[in-house]
Design a protein around this ligand. Structure first.
Ligand code: PRP
Ligand code: URA
Length: 213
């Protein structure tokens, strides 16, 4: 895959370790859910190092008063792509408890692999916030591209996208369709199979998070 200025692929031993367990077909639903949250928190720490609104406050230490920068309340909105994106929400809330949550419901048509949108509910005022769109799997890139476009059509100007596993096809598609959106992927896999599943991947993220099949 070519290098894109708006794409960050994490290459961190802690994340790699957790992803190895996440991929394992023997990993239980509970452990899978916990790992998705933990990986999301690690990614959030890095991906939100810029673009977050901060504000100056005065803090009185035991010795003197000083000015300090803190994250502005309610400055981030998390938008999970249902269903699997829901698994990443708590991983961001740990760091940004005041973040509101919008939901975009999409599923991939199994034959065409094209996303179909079935739900959208976004917090009032989202246009001015930093919007973190989250979905553990970035396969063909169709769902991510459409979700980001939907948010842009609603007036959102500051959007970041975060996925745990990306296929080169999907990462390139989102990077080229939305060059103004920063894309964070914790690991880049080899390719897609004929059914649009990521290889080696981890299977169906929604099914593994919620125990369906
Ligand atoms: C999965 C995944 C993404 C999408 C990725 O969702 O969570 O939303 O597929 O594929 P794409 O990049 O090719 O669009 P799925 O449609 O299986 O729905 P689910 O989350 O309800 O299981
Ligand atoms: N969605 C998933 O859950 N897994 C894949 O490998 C591709 C899309």
């Amino acid at each position: 895959m070519k290098n894109y200025e708006n794409v960050v692929i994490f290459d961190h031993p802690l994340i790699r370790h957790k992803i190895a367990i996440l991929r394992d077909e023997r990993t239980s639903m509970k452990e899978f859910r916990e790992l998705v949250e933990e990986i999301t928190t690690l990614m959030t720490y890095e991906s939100l190092k810029d673009g977050v609104l901060t504000t100056e406050i005065e803090v009185k230490t035991p010795l003197e008063t000083c000015k300090q920068m803190v994250v502005a309340d309610n400055s981030v909105v998390i938008v999970p792509i249902l269903r699997a994106g829901l698994g990443m929400v708590n991983g961001i809330h740990v760091l940004f408890p005041s973040a509101r949550v919008g939901h975009i419901g999409m599923y991939r048509n199994e034959e065409t692999l094209k996303p179909e949108t079935y739900y959208c509910k976004l917090p009032v005022g989202i246009e001015e916030k930093l919007v973190m769109v989250v979905d553990p799997m970035l396969a063909t890139g169709g769902s991510a591209c459409d979700a980001i476009q939907l948010l842009k059509d609603k007036g959102c100007k500051h959007i970041k996208f975060m996925a745990i596993i990306g296929a080169p096809e999907g990462v390139s598609k989102v990077a080229e369709t939305h060059p103004d959106v920063d894309i964070y992927v914790s690991t880049l896999d080899r390719c897609l199979n004929e059914n649009g599943y990521i290889l080696p991947g981890l299977g169906d993220a929604g099914d593994r998070l919620f125990g369906t099949k």
